[in-house]
Design a protein. Structure first.
Length: 244
């Protein structure tokens, strides 16, 4: 696992955008296409801005298929939609076709059925079993990644055949909405996984994720330790006082 410590949140986004360029270019050179899972949260908008900047000329936009690590059970136009954020801040401003963007249908009446549908889309574009070229993550204050929340036994289930699951609304995380999420399997098998940490308030949970006694229920972000590809943690210095 690579830990990259930078000065501020802007530098986190810049480093993550550079890794995006590297991972997608390498995937296209090797396999003719790239598959990427985007995250939401506070790190997403600055990261998208980095992709819209000068680096955009280096990105093989027409060869990338975009997925999402998770999303809330809301329509795409809802302000809490991770897809909606990506659409506003990235897809509407770069040369990407609708057919290249695979969103989770959070507005579906049956979220368990939607999870199965989305798993099928992953298999269609990323292989069987699917292997994503790049997975982008943030970390929650409880140590969650995707919508794999701390304190839930299911967060310790790798979900090899499940791939995507419906997660009932968490009590301790705002907003209180049901979620759709990748299981740990597509994360740990990603060819490259990038975790962005932009707040010093995440110092304790980041240390627990990287160096604490393993307990995947208490800190699902510890799944990063099981990654079989390149795993990079890009963090502001304030969140990494014990990691240097």
């Amino acid at each position: 696992m690579d830990v990259v410590i930078v000065k501020d949140a802007e530098a986190v986004a810049e480093a993550a955008a550079e890794m995006f360029v590297e991972a997608t270019a390498g995937a296209v050179a090797a396999r003719g296409k790239a598959t990427v899972a985007l995250t939401g949260g506070s790190s997403a908008a600055p990261f998208f801005a980095g992709l819209r900047g000068p680096l955009r000329r280096k990105i093989p936009w027409d060869k990338i298929h975009f997925f999402f690590t998770d999303d809330r059970a809301v329509p795409p136009s809802h302000p809490e939609s991770n897809y909606g954020l990506a659409q506003r801040e990235l897809f509407s401003q770069v040369p990407v076709l609708d057919a290249q963007v695979h969103r989770m249908h959070g507005e579906a009446n049956d979220l368990a059925e939607e999870a199965q549908r989305y798993a099928g889309v992953l298999r269609q574009y990323a292989g069987e079993p699917p292997r994503l070229d790049l997975v982008l993550l943030g970390i929650g204050p409880d140590g969650h990644i995707c919508s794999l929340f701390a304190g839930r036994e299911s967060s310790a289930d790798r979900g090899d055949s499940e791939l995507v699951r419906h997660v009932p609304a968490p009590d301790h995380v705002e907003p209180h909405l049901d979620r759709l999420t990748l299981t740990p399997f597509p994360v740990v098998t990603g060819r490259a996984v990038v975790l962005q940490v932009t707040s010093g308030k995440k110092a304790a949970v980041l240390e627990m994720a990287l160096r604490g006694k393993e307990d995947l229920v208490a800190c699902p972000a510890q799944w990063l330790r099981h990654g079989v590809g390149r795993v990079a943690v890009i963090t502001v210095r304030e969140a990494a006082p014990k990691l240097e």
